[in-house]
Structure formats: structure tokens, C-alpha cells
Ligand binder design. Structure first.
Ligand code: ASP
Length: 460
């Protein structure tokens, strides 16, 4: 049995709905379908989730929200009309959205979260109604009925282990089950959403819960590319990538598949296939536990901006017990999460997402580091980008790092840092944010177009 998830662009219009129905009904194993809210129909379009966020803001401000409400309803109306479905469905959606506003208007967080969740919820009802209208046996299944229980953290919910007790029962149900993505229910009954793009997480939880043979993730590309296709023309398509590789690539900027969505399927070893709704015949990319390494020790290159680095120096730092802990404690006290901590004998750097360090926070953190840790020097470097070269075969191949540094040198890119320490599947380079695009292109050319002189070989 397969769990098939359709992302926002795959359910953005009546034509896309028809395509989804065609895909789902052409394979009997596609019994469980997870849908997003309508996404963008064209580049400048607005996603339903963003329309709902705008609606929530208006309500919270106590302002007239007729226009924002209308935009939400119009998106559904267009789909319903173009599918030739009865008008009553629109009335139900209007009533649903209005009731959420009435219920939560005095609780801004809850209102925002419930309205966001309603995007997928109403779309799932619509998809189930359409399948039924066409004569198929299909049922809308609310995440509470399905058994998706999550922590009560609006906008960043995490699945609770309890979910896996009830989810297997879904297997017993007849017909095609249509389940809204992006949210679950807290133990005391609140609708709570995952982080943005979280319908991928719902699909993964369901696939793990029902022990599916395959989790299909339908989107609008034929495959996951080895590099951001906006940076390189006709990039290489990845046929297979391991969970670990995908996790590293998602972390470093690949947005095709939500990084938190890997955990449930990874734990239960269920393969994921990322496929194109508009071209379902294309094989797609498989995310699996193991892949043959062959001559592709590197599968992908990713990069992301928005990092900074706090660097401290202290003579004999290596002898000072507890220094690292106290340094990180200062960051913890400010609620800052860090990404990497490359270190030397007398120095340590802490790399973090830059937005966390507002001028006030930076001032407090610097003061405390200076006075409490008595450091010799402290400095900050802003506008950094991290570039990752990812591949399971890297540890057993000679010359991977040499190729990267040669590529950077030829492209006149200054390396701010290199970190290959703890991860066996990736190598990380810090460069100035302004060099990110060039850095990614240089690395792609060296590993995938074999442009430079050094070649790597397997360790004998
Ligand atoms: N609709 C939500 C978003 O835009 C969740 C999703 O599509 O996965 O983030």
C-alpha cells in the first residue's frame, strides 16, 4: 500500500484536482492520500496558507476582514465551479472559516493556527467530495479520527508517540482516504500546525503509522536535482539519495522535501519517492536507507545564507574545563540555537542563524562572554553562507576536499571555514554570502561536470 501526498502546487486548481484523481485512481495501492492547501497557480500567485495568514491578521487587528475572507473563499470557489461541483460546498467552507473566526477571535495564536490548518482541511473535504461526485468510494478523514496527535506548539508541532497506536487502524478502512496535511490535534483537542511545508510531515507520519510500502510525495518537479536548478542549467537528477544525505541537503537549503518529514519514514525504513504530478510517468527520486555508491560519492550540493560566526580566542583554552559549556550556556540563556562549533587549540567559533542576534542580544552576549569567560578576543563575522557537499561515499573517497578547494581557488572564492569533523556524509564550507551562488556553481562543475584536474578515487 502507498501513501501519496500532493503538495500545494498539485492541488492549486480544478485541472490539478483532475490530474490528482487520475494519478490516485490509476493505482489501486494508492489508498491514502494527503493533500496540502491550494498553492500557487503561477509564479506571482499567493498560496492559500498565506491568504489565511493575512485573514487572521485582519481579524486580530479588529479591522474589517471582508476582502481577505473573500480572497480565501474565491480560491475554493474557482476550483468548485471549474470542477462542476454543487455550490453548497462553498457554503460549507464559508461556514467553517467563519466559525473558526468566531471561536478564536480573542486568542490570536489559536486563531492563526486554526485558520492555517483550515486551508488543508477544507481542501481535503473538497477532494473527497470530488472523488465521490465522480463515483469513487472516497472518505475525508479528519487528523483526529486518523490519530495524529501532536504537541501543543502552534506553528511548530511535533508528533506524539501516541499517534502510532491509532494510525494502524486506518488500514482497515475501505475506499480512498483523503487526509488533510499540515496539522494534527493536541491531546486536549486543539488543531495545531506543523512548521511551513508541513504536509510532508503528515504524509510521513501516516506512511510510518500504517506501515506503507512506499511514501509518494507528489510535487511539481520530475526529480530532486543535485543542485538548485535556479543556479545551474539542466542540473543532474538524483535517482536515489539516502535519508542521511537528504537530511543534510534539506538542512542546507533544499526545499523539495521538508527536513522534519524524514524522521518517521527513516525510523521505519519506508522508502520515499518524490514525483511530479504533471509528469507522473517520470521515475522521480527515491529516498532510501542505502544506495550503491559506485562512482557518485557526491550526490548533491546545497547552500544557504543568513549565518554569522562568533569567534573567541583565549590562550590555553584547551586546558580550561567547562569553557565550551559555559559559552553555549550564555547562548542558551538568550534562547539562541547554534549550528556548528568548529574549534582550534586556543579558539572556538559558534556559527548560528544571524536573525537570532539582534543588536541588543549581541551586546548582552558579548558582555557576558567577555566578563564571565575572560576571553582574550571576541569578534563577529556576519553575512556568511554555508555550502555543503553531500554524499555517503565521501569518507571512502580520496580527493573530495582537494577538488572543492581547487574549485574555490579557481573561482577566486575566499574560504572562511571548512568543517568536516563529525558528519560522515557532508563537508561544510563557510563563504561570504555574496559568493554563495558562485561557490555552489564552482562545486557543481567540479563534481558533476568534471571540470578540474584533481580526480578522486576510492580508498583501497
Ligand atoms: N500549506 C502549508 C504551507 O504552505 C503546508 C504545506 O503545503 O505543506 O506551508
Amino acid at each position: 500500500m502507498k501513501v501519496s501526498k500532493f503538495g500545494g502546487s498539485s492541488v492549486a486548481s480544478a485541472d490539478k484536482f483532475k490530474q490528482v484523481v487520475h494519478i490516485v485512481t490509476s493505482d489501486k495501492e494508492r489508498k491514502m492520500v494527503v493533500v496540502s492547501a491550494p498553492g500557487k497557480r503561477y509564479a506571482e500567485d499567493t498560496k492559500m496558507t498565506d491568504l489565511l495568514i493575512a485573514l487572521s491578521s485582519k481579524v486580530q487587528l479588529g479591522e474589517d476582514y471582508v476582502e481577505e475572507f473573500g480572497r480565501v473563499i474565491d480560491r475554493y470557489r474557482e476550483i468548485v465551479t471549474d470542477l462542476g461541483m454543487p455550490e453548497e460546498i462553498i457554503a460549507d467552507i464559508i461556514q467553517n472559516v467563519q466559525s473558526l473566526i468566531d471561536l478564536h477571535k480573542d486568542n490570536p495564536f489559536r486563531l492563526l493556527d486554526c485558520l492555517k490548518a483550515s486551508g488543508e482541511d477544507n481542501n481535503a473535504r473538497l477532494m473527497a467530495a470530488y472523488l465521490t461526485h465522480l463515483g469513487f468510494e472516497a472518505h475525508y478523514v479528519n487528523p483526529k479520527d486518523a490519530g495524529i496527535f501532536v504537541s501543543d506548539e502552534p506553528g511548530k508541532a511535533r508528533v506524539l508517540p501516541l499517534s502510532y497506536e491509532k494510525l494502524p487502524q486506518l488500514r482497515e478502512r475501505s475506499g480512498i482516504l483523503i487526509i488533510p496535511g499540515f496539522f494534527g490535534y493536541s491531546e486536549d483537542g486543539n488543531m495545531v500546525t506543523f512548521s511551513r511545508g508541513g504536509s510532508d510531515i503528515t504524509g510521513s507520519i501516516i506512511a510510518a503509522g500504517v506501515k506503507a510500502d512506499l511514501y509518494e510525495n507528489f510535487t511539481d518537479v520530475d526529480a530532486i536535482y543535485s543542485v538548485d536548478p535556479r543556479l545551474v542549467e539542466n542540473p543532474h537528477e538524483m535517482k536515489e539519495v539516502t535519508y542521511r544525505e537528504m537530511r543534510e541537503l534539506s538542512y542546507a537549503g533544499f526545499s523539495v522535501f521538508h527536513d522534519e518529514a524524514l524522521e518517521p519514514v527513516f525510523k521505519s525504513g519506508i522508502p520515499v519517492c518524490v514525483k511530479n504530478t504533471n509528469n507522473p510517468e517520470a521515475k522521480g527520486t527515491f529516498i532510501v536507507s542505502e544506495r550503491p555508491i559506485g562512482d557518485t560519492p557526491v550526490v548533491g550540493i546545497a547552500g544557504d545564507k543568513g549565518f554569522c560566526n562568533i569567534h573567541v580566542d583565549k590562550y590555553l583554552l584547551n586546558r580550561e574545563i567547562g569553557f565550551g559549556r559555559r559559552l553555549l550556556q550564555i547562548l542558551e540563556d538568550e534562547g539562541i540555537s547554534y549550528e556548528h562549533t568548529p574549534s582550534g587549540i586556543d579558539n572556538i567559533s559558534v556559527i548560528m542563524r544571524e536573525h537570532q542576534l539582534t543588536p541588543e542580544v549581541e551586546k548582552r552576549v558579548f558582555e557576558r562572554i567577555k566578563t564571565e569567560l575572560q576571553v582574550d578576543e571576541i569578534s563577529i563575522e556576519r553575512d556568511l553562507a554555508l555550502v555543503m557537499v553531500v554524499g555517503e561515499g565521501m569518507t571512502s573517497a580520496v580527493g573530495i576536499a582537494a577538488k572543492a578547494t581547487e574549485a574555490f581557488a579557481r573561482s577566486q572564492i575566499n574560504l572562511e571555514m571548512i568543517n568536516q569533523g563529525s558528519s560522515e556524509v557532508s563537508m561544510m564550507f563557510g563563504v561570504k554570502a555574496s559568493s554563495l551562488e558562485r561557490a555552489v556553481q564552482a562545486l557543481y562543475n567540479t563534481y558533476f561536470n568534471n571540470m578540474y584536474s584533481i580526480s578522486y578515487s576510492s580508498i583501497k
